[in-house]
Design a protein around this ligand. Structure first.
Ligand code: ADP
Ligand code: CO
Length: 352
């Protein structure tokens, strides 16, 4: 079992190699605490399998096809190959690598709606198989090795193998060995920083991330500009802001990057719209709140979907939640009040 959730605030959008999943630019994300949003994945080796038994995967209760040569299949292959290596070096281990796998996973947050379920789900899958197969430091397998495999399942999953603030360095090699996730700071570095998840819509998005990205790479001139002239310096600034716990700088970079990412989506032909009117109203509300306060109270960011992630310092969580709930009244509370007062429903906003 494993649970991980990665929320991207600097979008990885664009791949230079779609097989190995090598990105056109570096990126950075925050892995949220597993207490709130998570993928819960269970894997089992079918040791008494019939000859026609095969690998199977259930996602949120429905079976998903594992396409031959597809990404999930490639991840399973790579994990089996590592297990085979470990088995051949330690004959006391049972030959698990020969058995079919049955895998079940459940996300407790919307799937394919721009809250990084692919990053969460694929990193949980790799972490789960690593545990089942005993692929750990004791057997010569590092988290970085696992992260490289997770990357081939879903690019952003390479970051979510680590906790805290994680960069994905694009790398230069054609084989992708230097396209790796590295921790910028552990989660404990900035305990004061909270993420409020505002679920605007839990519907599956119209354009899946992979298809959208390929279209952007093929058609957007703005993406070229972003990759060459914006992202490298922004990676530096955002890493510095995190290390210095400089919320104002962090907020400025985060919102600017989200805006440019969605501008790139609009610059794609045909255009991709991930934000909706509610998303944009939240952006305006945050901008107005920050302006009226004379400092950044909240920073919004949207990945490939309409749902907002608001970063807020602990001292401002109550204020920001009050304002959000005033403008977007909730009809049902699907999460408990994060302050445990039970007084005001938090709707689908969530402190992570
Ligand atoms: P998102 O914005 O949620 O990351 P994507 O389009 O990038 O949306 O990816 C969604 C896909 O990720 C799903 O259709 C599914 O194939 C895969 N996925 C999501 N959650 C899981 C999970 N828990 N386990 C395995 N695969 C998952
Ligand atoms: Co995704």
């Amino acid at each position: 079992m494993a649970h991980t959730q990665g929320t991207v605030y600097q979008a990885t959008w664009g791949k230079r190699d779609t097989q190995l999943i090598l990105p056109t630019n570096s990126s950075l994300s925050v892995t949220l605490s597993q207490d709130h949003l998570r993928s819960l994945t269970t894997a089992r080796c079918i040791t008494d399998a019939r000859p026609d038994a095969r690998d199977r995967l259930w996602l949120n209760g429905d079976e998903e096809e594992i396409k031959e040569g597809g990404r999930t299949a490639r991840c399973l292959e790579e994990m089996r190959a590592l297990r085979r290596k470990v088995e051949s070096s330690d004959p006391s281990l049972p030959p698990l690598s020969t058995h079919p796998l049955h895998i079940a996973s459940e996300n407790n947050f919307p799937t394919a709606a721009g809250l990084a379920s692919s990053a969460s789900g694929l990193s949980a899958l790799i972490a789960t198989l690593a545990r089942l197969y005993a692929l750990d430091d004791a057997h010569g397998v590092s988290t970085s090795d696992l992260s490289r495999i997770a990357r081939q399942g879903s690019g952003s999953a390479c970051r979510s193998m680590f906790g805290g603030y994680v960069a994905w360095e694009q790398g230069e090699r054609a084989d992708g060995l230097d396209s790796v996730a590295v921790e910028v700071a552990p989660a404990s570095h900035w305990p004061d920083l909270h993420a409020l998840i505002l679920v605007v819509s839990d519907k599956k998005k119209g354009t899946p991330s992979t298809a959208g990205m390929q279209r952007t790479v093929a058609t957007s001139a703005l993406l070229e500009h972003r990759i060459k002239h914006v992202v490298p310096a922004r990676m530096e600034r955002i890493s510095r802001a995190i290390l210095a716990r400089d919320f104002d700088a962090f907020a400025q970079e985060t919102m600017a990057d989200s805006n440019q990412f969605h501008a790139v989506c609009l610059d794609t032909a045909p255009p991709i719209f991930y934000l909706n009117d509610t998303s944009r109203a939240i952006m305006q509300l945050v901008a107005e709140l920050n302006r009226a306060s004379g400092r950044a109270l909240a920073a919004y960011t949207y990945d490939a979907g309409p749902n907002a992630v608001l970063y807020v310092q602990e001292k401002d969580v109550r204020t920001v939640l009050d304002v959000v709930l005033r403008y977007f009244p909730q009809t049902r509370a699907s999460f408990p009040d994060p302050f445990g007062t039970g007084a005001s429903p938090t709707g689908e906003s969530q402190v992570g």
